[in-house]
Design a protein around this ligand. Structure first.
Ligand code: NAX
Length: 326
């Protein structure tokens, strides 16, 4: 077997990681023929809990898990990694405005970007999960000029999976029959889940549901699903978010199937008139470890208007953290 792939994970003692690390150690990102090393980062007070996670990883005796490092030093966690999953972030506290959260977490991501820049492998594949994920990825990218900017991405795969699940439930179809779902924009309530090109068993999804459902029920249900899970569970999505991260990385590394695509928030190349460099969710195909934005879809006027509103929100978030974009 080749050298292990090194994967850094931040916020490794948190909820999402408790579901995610075991999947990674099982080979779900790099596949069944590739061993992995985990370099886990936590804040100092959570190191005890992180050790407990390592004990459980050890107790699984995963054949593909080469070694596990637990640390509160980002230089150790991010050193020479092939992939970095930035999950750790502060949750929104009582009375906190979204702007406060953006600023607090922005500081975490500017510091991590600088460290990644210093010790990271320039081709390292990055996914940001900690919210506001797109803007945190934007901050990280701005602070890590040595890194390949194309490889700084954010997670909208959970939204993509939620959208597929909602369409399957509405039409009584199986998940595996649904292809070509799209999430445009920000991982927030301005995101634009879009079924224009989706197919169900090869037939157009738009023939199976009416436009009013697609616009007035489907879009807000997917966009507000995170809040619905919080209401039902008392805390935010964890296992499904972990699954989204694994799917995001596995698609990127192992490729997307012929005739389908996935949604990833990646630096815009100007497609669809979205400002270049903004971390925006697009449909992409993946092959040989590279993603390609599907840039030739004709979007409807209604969807375009929503796409621009999501872009406007991202621009506002970017302006809020201007001081962190060194
Ligand atoms: P938890 O609060 O359970 O875990 C976060 C962990 O991060 C904690 O253990 C904390 O000690 C650690 N941490 C905080 N600051 C850190 C730092 N500077 N370096 C390293 N570790 C640090 O949250 P969890 O439920 O795991 O969620 C993590 C993040 O994912 C949150 O920001 C959450 O909002 C975000 N989410 C993003 C989603 C997406 O689709 N993009 C969906 C799920 C989730 O809401």
């Amino acid at each position: 077997m080749s050298e292990p792939k090194r994967i850094a994970v931040t916020g490794a003692a948190g909820q999402i990681c408790y579901s995610m690390l075991f999947r990674i150690a099982n080979g779900d990102i790099y596949g069944p023929d590739q061993s992995v090393s985990l370099q886990l980062l936590e804040i100092t007070p959570a190191l005890g809990l992180l050790e407990a996670v390592k004990m459980e990883l050890d107790d699984c005796a995963f054949p593909l898990l080469h070694d596990v490092v637990c640390t509160d030093d980002a230089k150790v966690a991010l050193k020479d990694v092939d992939a970095a999953l930035f999950v750790g972030a502060k949750p929104r506290g009582p009375g906190m405005e979204r702007k406060d959260l953006i600023n607090d977490n922005g500081k975490i991501f500017s510091a991590l970007g600088q460290t990644l820049n210093e010790v990271g492998n320039p081709e390292c594949k990055v996914v940001v999960v900690g919210n506001p994920a797109n803007t945190n990825a934007y901050i990280l990218k701005a602070n890590a000029p040595n890194m390949n900017p194309r490889n700084i991405t954010a997670l909208t795969r959970l939204d993509h999976n939620r959208a597929i699940s909602q369409l399957a439930a509405k039409t009584g179809s199986r998940i595996g029959e649904i292809n070509k779902m799209v999430i445009w924009g920000n991982h927030s309530t301005t995101q634009v889940p879009d079924i224009t090109w989706a197919t169900i068993g090869g037939k157009k999804a738009t023939d199976a549901v009416d436009t009013a459902w697609a616009h007035d029920t489907f879009i807000p249900t997917v966009a507000k699903r995170g809040a619905a899970v919080i209401d039902a569970r008392g805390s935010s999505s964890a296992a499904s978010a972990a699954n989204g991260v694994v799917d995001h990385m596995a698609s990127w590394i192992q490729g997307t199937p012929e005739g389908d695509w996935v949604s990833m928030a990646v630096p815009s190349d100007g497609s669809y008139g979205i400002d270049e460099g903004l971390i925006y969710s697009f449909p992409v195909t993946c092959k040989n470890g590279e993603y390609t934005i599907i840039d030739d879809l004709t979007v409807t006027d209604t969807i375009k208007e929503k796409m621009l509103a999501s872009q406007a929100e991202l621009n506002e978030e970017r302006d809020t953290v201007k001081a962190l974009l060194s």
